[in-house]
Design a binder for this molecule. Sequence first.
Ligand code: ZN
Length: 339
Amino acid sequence: MRGVIMHAPRDVRVEDRPDPVIEEPTDAIIRTVATCICGSDLWPYRGEDRVHDQPMGHEYVGVVEQVGEDVTHIKVGDFVVGSFFASDNTCPICVAGYQSRCVHAVPMGPLGTQAERVRIPLADGTLVATPGYPDEEIIPSLLAASDVLGTGWFAAVAAEAGPGKTVVVVGDGAVGLLGILAAKHLGAARIIAMSRHADRQALARRFGATDIVEERGEEGVAKIKELTDGLGAHSTIEAVGTQESMLQAIASTRPGGHVGFVGVSHGVSIPGRVLFPAEVHLMGGPAPVRQFLPELISLIWDREIDPGVVFDLTLPLERAAEGYQAMDERRATKVLLRP
Ligand SMILES: [Zn+2]
């Protein structure tokens, strides 16, 4: 089969890879219908994470081609969505709703979903089947549920976005934008997007942002305070993962408020002298997307949300390298790949 390999920073190629096979009786093999490039794939692409001959991709929707003998719920022919961590969905951590930290969690990245076929461990726990084969028009939205939508949703829930709340969103990548969609769906009264890119501001407004703040750092925080009677937001979504964005998120939140942080941390360290007086709740980490998948699939199936519009470039899998380049140069927000 064909699949993406990142040999080194900025060296992405589509090559022949061995077809996956059932290794454990709880595995399934899917034929990938759509996959995509994640903002987090840019960390190794830019040389900020180590990378050497690595299969890439952790987002996927597809059709089940084969199941192991212990798989009972998922059937051959099902159209399925799964998250970037395989999980059993039965251990105490999963039952509590934190499937990305399942005691048997398997990260999907090393298996590489930017490929024609993928082995899905713990298939019964990991995969959620859609009610049928989806219309072409909602496939991008179902794919978004696999990571960016699920992650933005978790961030909004972790930030306790809800009716009457003012929500600030730090980060205008796909996750931040879908955090806006989630906050809107959860009933937030006011949603302030921090963005300085015109195309992303437009999408932010489409998803429900009521205000845009272009300033960053201390100036950005001052602007948030100005818009919130000097108090700060009730709920802040942090969707970048840098020191600046994390401190900006904490400082934008009022005492007693909540920060939902989902940007993969790179060099973040929170000084006690900042954290202690802030008096905010911090909740975040790798989003337990699996917890939200049934609800998200149902909202997409019923055309109540359209997260798939974050994909602004679609390419055949064979042209994945162009997709990485477009995202790196910010010519694309999110790139969908079709095998
Ligand atoms: Zn588990």
